[in-house]
Design a protein around this ligand. Structure first.
Ligand code: BYC
Length: 482
């Protein structure tokens, strides 16, 4: 019988889905594994592939103890296929099949829709690894380097999770899609990744932290919605992925938080009160708060774009079919079919931003985006608390949803971060006040010097409050020369 809690490590692909009982499937996945390792070597973290990294590996799907920590060389990481245990009697909880038993196989009529959702989700995972591949060389500490690699190997595992679904449930075209996931490349002119934000560069560590705060949080929202899926294997995959995702957002939130902390402390020590006295602040080797705001202004809208158009028949179809629900679907008190419900959507009409009620079924992207914004705002407030505590007069803010958008209602207009509509000329004149300028990026680049001594941190970032797995401050998280 398949043990669905503990992971079988006897085959090349650790799993709790009984792969040893399905030789054909195991062979197909082993074939894909070769291509995956080639991709990892070519597009995964640059350098450090022979270093011993103190990583956690999922060994069980039991929430009480699912991971173990130990030194691993990244190419030897055991990327497994792990699904949360099946819930007996689970039903489809929303859409037109509400109340029917959850789908254990792919419903024929929804095959292409479901495949598309799985492929889009899968595509983001290797994309992020590709985006972050150069960062090891400029890690501000061994602690941060280890966190980067942890995030990378787990995104690799999330790719595995989607590839398993494609192989298991979509036959030949699923296998072809799985191969394509290894062929596309972030930022490539001919074969780019599927969604906008995943083709952007991650040139420095502040970008990495902003990405893991903002974009991994989109991951959380999308995975939460897919975890509601009536297609049970997708739901079970996403539920387990969410367990790992929490650490990624922690890396982002504490990474930006530690950057803020260091800046405020350095300002205080130097007797600088004005947060806009950027020349003096930068001379201290720390990142001024207005530049942190500009980076936020860059990453938040890029991530808002990942929610798709405000009004989307695709999202209505996913919901009706019972394939993708809302954030916290099972906790929402309504008919879960949205028969007569409406939802307020922001639109750009006749040169003005207006709010309009539309059928809730078509506004599901907008609703998820609103839930996302609420979650982001709480994190930004936690950063503001740090600044306040240090006595610096500055507040970070989320930009208006109309600011700097490439997808949806606001893609063909310009607005300031406060939501004031701007002419093209005004935008061109003000752009560098809102977003990192060339000089800002050159300054950030100048700070990106590696710091590889255990317990030491680059000038611009504070040490973490606690170590990973409660390790002491001078723990050697990466044995670089191993
Ligand atoms: N870039 O009807 P619409 C994560 C396309 S992150 C380029 O609004 P829909 C992670 C769209 O494909 C989470 N194109 O689309 C984080 C469509 O094209 P077609 C990833 C875009 O389907 C960090 C057209 O525009 N998971 O896990 O309602 C590290 C019309 O759009 C974009 C998911 O996203 C874009 N940003 O909404 C690692 C979940 N947006 O059909 C990992 C699965 C839209 O006209 N995906 N388009 O050719 C979905 O649920 C939906 O596909 C989307 C888009 C929410 C992405």
């Amino acid at each position: 019988m398949t043990d669905t809690i503990n992971v079988d490590y006897s085959s090349q692909i650790p799993n709790n889905v009984g792969l040893h009982q399905d030789r054909t499937m195991l062979r197909a996945l082993e074939g894909w594994h070769k291509g995956y390792l080639d991709w990892w070597k070519e597009m995964g973290p640059e350098g450090f592939q022979n270093s011993e990294v103190y990583l956690r590996t999922a060994v069980s799907v039991d929430p009480q103890g699912w991971a173990k920590f130990g030194y691993v060389k990244m190419p030897d990481y055991r990327w497994g296929v792990l699904l949360a245990p099946q819930e007996a009697g689970r039903k489809v909880n929303f859409g037109k099949h509400k109340g029917e038993p959850a789908f254990q196989d792919v419903p024929g009529e929804y095959r292409s829709m479901l495949r598309r959702l799985i492929v889009i989700q899968g595509d983001t995972e290797p994309a992020s690894v590709e985006q972050q591949r150069h960062l090891g060389a400029t890690a501000p500490s061994l602690y941060d380097m280890r966190n980067l690699f942890q995030v990378n190997v787990e995104e690799g595992r999330h790719l595995w999770a989607m590839v398993y679904l494609l192989h298991k449930y979509f036959g030949r075209d699923g296998r072809e899609e799985a191969d394509e996931l290894l062929r596309r490349r972030s930022g490539h002119a001919e074969t780019p990744r599927m969604l906008g934000a995943f083709n952007e560069a991650t040139p420095d560590w502040l970008s990495f932290f902003m990405f893991t705060f903002f974009t991994d949080r989109d991951g959380k929202m999308q995975l939460e919605s897919l975890a509601q899926s009536g297609f049970d294997p997708l739901s079970r995959s996403c539920r387990f992925m969410l367990t790992e995702e929490a650490h990624h957002m922690f890396v982002g939130e504490t990474g930006v938080g530690r950057t803020i902390q260091r800046t405020c402390e350095a300002m205080k020590k130097a007797g600088i009160e004005d947060p806009y006295d950027t020349a003096k602040i930068r001379a201290l080797g720390v990142i001024d708060l207005p530049l942190i705001q500009k980076k936020l202004n860059m990453h938040y809208p890029l991530t808002l774009d990942l929610f798709g158009a405000e009004i989307s028949t695709n999202s209505a179809n996913y919901f009706n079919a019972g394939l993708k629900g809302r954030f916290g679907e099972n906790k929402i008190d309504d008919d879960h079919q949205l028969t007569n419900a409406t939802y307020p959507v922001l639109k750009f009409v006749d040169g003005k931003i207006i709010k309009e009620d539309v059928p809730a079924l078509t506004a599901l992207n907008m609703r998820l985006r609103d839930d996302y914004t609420e979650d982001c705002a709480k994190g930004v407030e936690r950063w503001n608390k740090l600044i306040e505590k240090e006595g610096v007069k500055f507040r970070l803010e989320l930009s208006h949803v109309a600011f700097n958008r490439q997808v949806g209602e606001f893609k063909d207009m310009h607005a300031s971060p406060k939501g004031i509509i701007l002419s093209d000329a005004d935008w061109a004149a003000k752009r560098d006040e809102y977003l990192p300028s060339r000089d800002d990026l050159a300054f950030l680049d100048s700070l990106m010097k590696p710091c590889h001594e255990p317990g030491q941190y680059a000038s611009w970032i504070a040490a973490p409050k606690v170590g990973i797995d409660n390790k002491p401050g001078d723990f050697e998280y990466v044995k670089i020369a191993a």
